[in-house]
Design a protein around this ligand. Structure first.
Ligand code: FHN
Length: 714
C-alpha cells in the first residue's frame, strides 16, 4: 500500500538531504464557530469541511449523562438493580412510579463553571450533555412539557448555565437528545410493564413534540452538535430521521448532527451503512474501529470511564489513566474523535475518580496536545511500539507524531517503507533529526535510513511511561510503501501446502515499483528475480518479495512458505455401499470419548454427518465411520462445526480438533488427498444444551460447502 502521492513525483529520491523544517503549530481553535453557511442542505464539500472543521480539530470531548436516574443511581426500592440511566427498564418501573423523582431532583452542588473548567483542563474542546435521555426528563425549562427541571425543587436552567460557562471556557456545548421516550404518552412502543392506554397515543404527535423541543434547544442555546440516540425502535423511521436532520440543519446550518438521527447506523460499531442515510459522523460505542477508516469518514467513539453512562454508586470499575490516554491516541491515530463520559451524582458532582483521571489526561494534553488536536490518521498500517498521528505543515511537508507506548528493546523506532526525506528537527539545538515533543531542547534524536526504512534513535529512557511523543518532520506528504502482496492459489493458510504445482501471484502497492523476489528465503536484492506476472512453483519454497524503485529498495519484505506434499493415496475397496456407519453411546463427557472402551447403545447406517440419529437429547456421543469420495486430487480443507466437541480423522490422521465443551464453533484443517476414496471418522459428543455437528469442505474447483451425502460410503 502506498500512502499518498507518488514516489517519483514526490522527488523523494535520493534521500537524506536535510532542509529546514518549517512551522509553528497553527493556533488551532477558531475565534468562534464557523460562519453559518447559507444553504445548509445542499452544502458543498468545502462548506461541509468548514462546518466540521472545529469538531475535527477538537478530537476530544466530554460526554455527560445526567438526569433523574442519578437519584436512584442503580438501586430501586432498596434493591441493587443496576441500569443507571436505564433503571426504569432494569427495575421495570412504571412511569407513574418513576416520574415523581422529579420532586426529589435538587442538585445543590451543580456548578456549571466547574464542569466546563474540568473539561477544558482535560484538553477537551466540546461537551455533550443529555438534554433529554430515554426517560423523557428535560434538563432545561421547556415550554413543551412539565416533565422538566423547572418542575423540580432545583428549578434552575441547567443547560442555560452550562451554555454560559462553556462559552466563557471556550468549550463548545452540545446536546445528546433521545428519540426514544419511555414516559411521553404519545411515544410508542410502551415498555412491557407500562399499562398506560395507547388508544390516544399518536406517534406523529410525539415526533412533532420532539422536534419542537429540538428547535427550542437550538434557538435558546445554539449547540455545536446534536447527538441523537434511541433511534432503534420500530416506530422511528428513515423519514422521521431525514425530517429531523433537515429541521436541525435549517434551524442552524452550522450544527453537526450524528448518524443516530437516522436509521443507518451499523449497531454498536456505529458507522453509517451505505445508502445515503443522514448524519455527519459515525458513532462507535464502547469500541474503537480495528483499523483506520478511509480519510474523509468522520467518526467518534463514545466510551464510559467506568462501566456506566449514568451515575451508578457501586460502579467503581474506572479505567486507568494509561488506558484512557492510549485510547485517545489510538482513536486519533485512526482519524476519530474520543467522547469520554462522566456520570454526575444527584447532588451535581462529578465522581472523584473521574475528576482525577481527567486532570491527569489534561496534564498529558497540556504537553502533547499538538499530537492529538487537528491531526490526521496514521500513514502506517500498524506500529508495534505505539501509534502515529500527523499534520500537514505550511508548505506541504508533514509532521509525524510518533507515540511510543513501549520502548523497543533496540532503542529505535523503525518506520518501515517510509520513503520521505527526514527534515531537520526544529529544536533549539538546530541539529538534524527528530525530537521529543515534551522537551525539544533535549536535543535532536538521530534519524538514519536503512533501505526502505527510516530509523529513529530513542533516548535511553522515555520521559512518559504512558506515551512519549517523538516528532519527526518529513519532506512532502508521507509516502509509505507497504510490502507486496503474495497470493498462493487455493490455500490461504500458512505454510501454503500444495500437490504437484501451485500458482503464485503478487501485487505491488504501486505500478511505479518493481517487485523482486527470491524462492530460498533470502532477502531480495536488486539482482533478484523481477516479478513479471503469476508463475508456477513445483517444489517447496520460501518466497520473500520486496518493492524496488530502480535499484533502490523501497519497502519491507513480504514472505510466504510453500510446502509441496504428497497426497494420501486413495484406497481401493471391493465394495462400497452408500452412507456412513454410525455408532451411538450414552454417558457424560467433557471431550470426545475413547470409543473403543465403550459399549454402544445403537449402530446404524446414516446418509451423512448430523445429530439426526442421536439416541437422546444430551449425554450422548456419536461415532461416524466410513469412506469419503474426494472428486479431485489436491489440498482439501475440512470445516467441522459442532456443539459440543468433535474431531475429524482422514485416513487415520487427525485433521480437525474441535473438541471440548463449547457452543457451536467451527474449526478447520487441511489434508492433501488423491482423487478417490479415503477413510473418514468423525467423533462427536453432546454434554447438554444445544447440539449440532456439520462437516463442510473446500477443495480444487470446490467452493466451501457441506460434504455431499453422495460422497459417503461404508
Ligand atoms: O441507551 C443508550 C445509553 O443509555 C447511552 O446513552 C449510550 C451512549 O451513547 N447510548 C445508548 C446505548 O447504545
Amino acid at each position: 500500500m502506498i500512502h499518498r502521492g507518488s514516489l517519483l513525483a514526490s522527488g523523494l529520491l535520493p534521500f537524506l538531504a536535510a532542509t529546514s523544517a518549517s512551522a509553528q503549530e497553527e493556533s488551532w481553535w477558531p475565534a468562534d464557530l464557523p460562519q453559518r453557511v447559507a444553504t445548509a442542505l445542499d452544502e458543498t464539500a468545502v462548506d461541509r469541511d468548514a462546518r466540521m472543521a472545529w469538531w475535527r480539530e477538537a478530537r476530544f470531548g466530554m460526554f455527560i449523562h445526567w438526569g433523574l436516574y442519578a437519584i436512584p443511581s442503580g438501586t430501586w426500592n432498596g434493591k441493587r438493580t443496576g441500569g443507571a440511566e436505564w433503571i426504569l427498564n432494569a427495575a421495570r418501573i412504571h412511569p407513574d412510579d418513576y416520574m415523581p423523582l422529579q420532586q426529589e431532583f435538587d442538585p445543590v452542588e451543580f456548578d456549571a463553571t466547574q464542569w466546563a473548567m474540568i473539561a477544558r483542563n482535560a484538553g477537551m474542546k466540546y461537551l455533550v450533555i443529555t438534554s433529554k435521555h430515554h426517560d423523557g426528563f428535560c434538563l432545561w425549562p421547556s415550554e413543551h412539557t412539565d416533565f422538566d427541571v423547572e418542575g423540580t425543587p432545583f428549578r434552575r436552567d441547567i443547560l442555560g448555565e452550562l451554555a454560559d460557562a462553556c462559552r466563557r471556557e471556550g468549550i463548545v456545548l452540545c446536546f445528546y437528545h433521545s428519540i426514544m421516550d419511555w414516559t411521553h404518552p404519545d411515544y410508542l412502543p410502551r415498555r412491557a410493564w407500562d399499562d398506560r392506554p395507547t388508544d390516544d397515543a399518536d406517534f406523529r404527535r410525539y415526533v412533532d413534540h420532539m422536534q419542537a423541543q429540538v428547535r427550542e434547544l437550538i434557538e435558546r442555546y445554539r449547540p455545536g452538535v446534536l447527538w441523537f440516540d434511541g433511534e432503534w425502535e420500530s416506530t422511528w423511521s428513515r423519514e422521521f430521521g431525514g425530517e429531523t436532520y433537515d429541521l436541525v440543519r435549517t434551524a442552524d446550518p452550522a450544527i453537526i448532527v450524528n448518524n443516530r438521527v437516522d436509521v443507518g447506523r451499523e449497531g454498536m460499531a456505529g458507522l453509517t451503512r451505505a445508502g445515503g442515510y443522514r448524519g455527519d459522523f459515525g458513532t462507535p460505542e464502547q469500541e474503537i474501529p480495528a483499523t483506520g477508516l478511509p480519510e474523509g469518514v468522520d467518526w467518534e467513539t463514545c466510551m464510559t470511564m467506568n462501566r456506566s453512562w449514568g451515575h451508578q454508586s457501586f460502579d467503581t470499575e474506572f479505567k486507568s489513566v494509561e488506558d484512557l490516554l492510549r485510547k485517545l491516541v489510538d482513536i486519533a491515530s485512526k482519524g476519530g474523535n474520543f467522547l469520554l463520559n462522566v456520570g454526575p451524582d444527584a447532588r451535581g458532582r462529578f465522581p472523584a475518580e473521574s475528576i482525577v483521571r481527567l486532570a491527569a489526561m489534561g496534564d498529558w494534553m497540556a504537553v502533547n496536545g499538538a499530537s492529538i488536536r487537528g491531526t490526521r490518521a496514521s500513514c502506517f498500517d500498524g506500529l508495534p511500539w505505539g501509534r502515529c498521528t500527523r499534520r500537514t505543515l505550511p508548505g506541504g511537508d508533514e509532521r509525524l507524531y510518533l507515540h511510543v507506548f513501549e520502548r523497543p528493546a533496540s532503542g529505535e523506532l523503525r518506520l518501515s517503507g517510509l520513503m520521505n526525506r527526514p527534515l531537520s528537527a526544529a529544536t533549539n539545538s538546530g541539529e538534524a533529526g527528530a525530537y521529543l515533543l515534551a522537551d525539544p531542547g533535549a536535543g535532536a534524536l538521530a534519524v538514519r535510513r536503512e533501505g526502505a526504512d527510516l530509523v529513529v534513535a530513542l533516548p535511553p529512557t522515555l520521559p512518559d511511561a504512558i506515551d512519549t511523543v517523538v516528532v519527526l518532520d518529513i519532506e512532502g506528504e508521507a509516502v509509505v510503501v507497504g510490502p507486496p502482496q503474495i497470493e498462493v492459489a487455493g490455500d490461504a493458510a500458512s505454510p501454503h501446502i500444495f500437490v504437484g504445482a501451485t500458482r503464485v501471484a503478487m501485487a505491488s502497492p504501486s505500478d511505479e515499483v518493481d517487485i523482486r523476489y527470491t524462492l530460498d528465503g533470502t532477502d531480495p536484492a536488486v539482482g533478484s528475480a523481477r516479478y513479471a506476472g503469476p508463475f508456477e512453483v513445483e517444489a517447496s519454497a520460501t518466497i520473500r518479495a520486496a518493492c524496488f524503485l530502480g535499484d533502490m529498495l523501497v519497502s519491507a519484505s513480504a514472505s510466504a512458505v510453500l510446502e509441496r506434499v504428497d497426497p494420501n493415496p486413495a484406497i481401493q475397496v471391493l465394495r462400497a455401499d452408500p452412507g456412513l456407519s454410525l455408532t451411538a453411546y450414552l454417558g457424560e463427557w467433557s471431550k470426545v470419548p475413547e470409543f473403543t472402551s465403550l459399549e454402544p447403545v445403537a449402530t446404524t447406517v446414516v446418509e451423512g454427518i448430523s445429530v439426526a440419529s442421536k439416541p437422546r437429547e444430551e449425554g450422548y456421543a456419536l461415532r461416524f465411520m466410513g469412506l469419503v469420495e474426494v472428486p479431485a486430487t489436491g489440498v482439501w480443507t475440512f470445516h467441522l462445526t459442532s456443539d459440543d466437541g468433535s474431531v475429524l480423522r482422514i485416513d487415520g490422521d487427525l485433521v480437525v480438533d474441535n473438541d471440548g465443551l463449547h457452543s457451536a464453533t467451527t474449526r478447520s484443517g487441511r489434508v492433501a488427498l488423491e482423487r478417490g476414496l479415503h477413510r473418514i471418522e468423525v467423533g462427536f459428543f453432546e454434554a447438554g444444551g444445544q447440539d449440532d455437528v456439520v462437516l463442510e469442505w473446500t477443495g480444487p474447483e470446490t467452493p466451501r460447502q457441506s460434504v455431499p451425502t453422495a460422497a459417503f460410503f461404508h
